[in-house]
Unconditional design. Structure first.
Ligand code: CO
Length: 169
């Protein structure tokens, strides 16, 4: 287990399409474990392999963050593909570990259906809605070199963020 260096803008790897994972071996498992530690250390709710300088189709997402009833859940998505988007959307604030101190409003589908593999190569499908769907869409975007700043309808200055959420400590 280790905390990895988080790649920040500008960096070519953040704009590249990541390579499919083909080996579900201990190297992948160590990468995923380290990505998890790095995400927790950085207080992120998701992290994608390109953000730790690995061009691989692998993300970790925290689910049920905003749920009152359900337990928070860590999900590893390997070679994920969004196979269906709901037509209804919502707009909410996003940030990114690779784009420090920048926040903006992004319109996302309310729901997604995702096909993916786990760290052993077993195939799964899942449906996610609301904030979970947002986190999944943001992280999978990273695997295609897409950053939220290119999708944001409005970006906020640090002053505007402070006005909305109070001064940083
Ligand atoms: Co991000």
């Amino acid at each position: 287990m280790a905390i990895l260096n988080v790649v920040t803008e500008p960096a070519d790897i953040l704009l590249a399409t990541a390579k499919p994972v083909t080996k579900f071996d201990t190297t992948l498992h160590k990468l995923l474990d380290d990505m998890y530690d790095t995400m927790v250390e950085s207080e992120g709710v998701g992290i994608a392999a390109p953000q730790v300088n690995e061009s691989l189709q692998a993300v970790i997402v925290l689910m049920n963050i905003d749920a009152e009833e359900a337990e928070e859940e860590v999900l590893e998505l390997i070679n994920p593909e969004i196979v269906e988007y709901s037509t209804d959307t919502n707009v909410d604030l996003e940030g990114c570990l690779s784009i420090p101190e920048q926040f903006g409003d992004v319109e996302r589908a309310n729901g997604v259906r995702v096909e993916f593999e786990d760290r052993f190569g077993k195939t799964y499908k899942l449906e996610a809605i609301g904030y979970d769907a947002r986190v999944i869409q943001h992280e999978i975007d990273h695997l295609h070199g897409v950053l939220f700043t290119t999708k944001a309808s409005k970006m906020y200055t640090p002053e505007e963020m402070a006005d909305m959420f109070g001064e940083e400590e």
